[in-house]
Design a protein around this ligand. Structure first.
Ligand code: SF4
Length: 447
């Protein structure tokens, strides 16, 4: 057993990381699907979208060959509607709410239709929004992820000049650096950022990190308002013996490396254990398998009923050949010569519900041991507690406290997205950005 790169040939990498959700191949296929929609009154699909996209309206516009209108409907509610069509867990949002489910029929392929309209707009560089004349107001945003970009676009449309400070060398945040490449490619993410900023009035300054290259005081001094949208980032540690052995890595880093390098350069073990059952865990496990790992096992301390990922994501992992062990919690990592060789797990059972409402796992006293040469930790991400504390921003264990959806305790400083809620879906961050922009416009007396 060993951790090494270059397990596969170039065509194999290409096949393994190609788009998991291919688009409609023909216009006719899109039209047929659009015409299945019942254009419901009081549509549940729209209500279940955190950004309230008018789903029947944009589908009707596709059905009547009004693709510009359709893309405008989507982007008016969600400027990252193209990216969201690829990464949203639609089975628990719009498609899960579609009335066809109640008739035991396949729901409308809303995401695929959304992708059809928005990709046409991006490919053709349609400018669907016009920036209002400048108000002379200047807003700084920290973080060019979904919340920051959504806030920036909403403000720019209203004539506000926006400067985004981004610590990475590319925008897109989680979309660019934290999602499986077979769902959304780095090239697409770059195109999406360029499309959003093409409205004008948005300047992204890259490689600029809060607390390192810029300070809150500078931003307060130089801008009329500030929006914090720096997300979460630090991987939660397991706090078990052996965690620091060679071969134990964070899923966040693993996926980041995958997103920023050639697949053939990414090292992966033969026998990989992935700890966790959220979207990041699934993305890490499936990509380890697609990089050429022989054996990948996902371990979760509760059961399928409590898992944070969706059924659809779990099925992707299963189809990729990943093994699943429920009710197993890591106890100790064993190694030889400084390298991981085994993972010992407590066998768990479910006890009383905890604060999250889910039944909490309790150790049974029995253990299982897996032979592994690589362990990927995907037990969640933690907010930047030190950063917010050092800037005297009120918070709850690092998650920024806000009033009226976006206002922090500091004058003129607003916040939204993962740095406030601790980490939700991309579409939630987009809505947070819109809410933040609205609060900022009220604060600046715009409109
Ligand atoms: Fe169309 Fe389904 Fe939405 Fe009804 S619930 S409007 S059928 S997508």
């Amino acid at each position: 057993m060993s951790i090494k790169n270059n397990h596969l040939t170039a065509p194999e990498y290409e096949l393994n990381f190609s788009d998991i959700h291919p688009p409609f191949e023909t216009q006719d296929a899109a039209l047929i699907e659009a015409n299945r929609c019942l254009f419901c009154y009081d549509p549940p699909c729209m209500k279940s979208c955190p950004t309230s996209i008018n789903v029947p309206k944009f589908i009707k516009q596709i059905a009547t060959d009004n693709l510009k209108g359709s893309a405008h409907t989507i982007f008016s509610s969600n400027i990252m509607g193209a990216g969201c069509s690829k990464v949203c867990p639609v089975e628990k949002l719009c498609e899960g709410a579609c009335v066809y489910n109640f008739m035991h029929e396949t729901p409308i392929h809303i995401a695929k239709l959304q992708r059809y309209a928005t990709e046409k707009a991006m490919d053709n560089k349609w400018q669907l929004f016009e920036r209002k004349p400048s108000t002379g107001k200047r807003v700084a945003i920290v973080g060019a992820g979904p919340a920051g970009l959504s806030c920036a676009h909403t403000l720019s449309r209203e004539g506000v000049d926006v400067t985004i400070y981004e610590k990475e060398s590319k925008g897109g945040g989680l979309m660019t650096y934290g999602i499986a490449a077979y769902k959304v490619t780095p090239e697409f993410c770059e195109d999406e950022v360029n499309y959003i900023t093409s409205i004008g009035g948005i300047d992204i300054k890259y490689n600029q990190e809060l607390g390192k290259n810029i300070t809150v005081e500078e931003l307060q001094r130089n801008y009329d308002a500030v929006y914090m949208a720096f997300g979460v980032g630090l991987a939660r540690q397991l706090e078990i013996p052996g965690e620091h052995l060679d071969g134990v890595i964070d899923a966040i880093n693993f996926i980041y490396e995958l997103r920023t390098n050639d697949y053939s350069s990414i090292a992966v073990g033969d026998k990989v254990a992935v700890i966790g059952m959220g979207m990041t865990a699934i993305d890490a496990a499936t990509q380890a398998k697609r990089l050429g790992a022989k054996d990948v096992t996902l371990l979760y301390r509760r059961t399928q009923e409590e898992m944070p990922c969706t059924e659809h994501e779990l099925n992707i992992a299963k189809l990729d050949g990943c093994n699943i062990i429920w009710l197993a919690s890591p106890k100790e990592v064993l190694g030889v010569g400084g390298k991981v060789t085994q993972l010992v797990c407590n066998t768990m059972k479910l006890g009383e519900p905890d604060a999250s409402g889910r039944r909490s796992p309790v150790a049974t006293g029995e253990t299982i041991t897996l032979d592994v040469d690589m362990i990927i930790k995907a037990a969640g991400q933690m907010p930047f507690e030190t950063l917010v504390n050092s800037n005297k921003i009120e918070n709850s264990k690092g998650k920024i406290d806000v009033k009226d959806k976006s206002l922090t305790n500091l004058e003129g400083i607003f916040a939204g997205g993962d740095c406030v809620n601790g980490g939700r879906e991309v579409v939630d961050a987009v809505q947070a950005g819109k809410d933040g922009a609205k609060s900022i416009m009220d604060f600046l007396s715009i409109n």
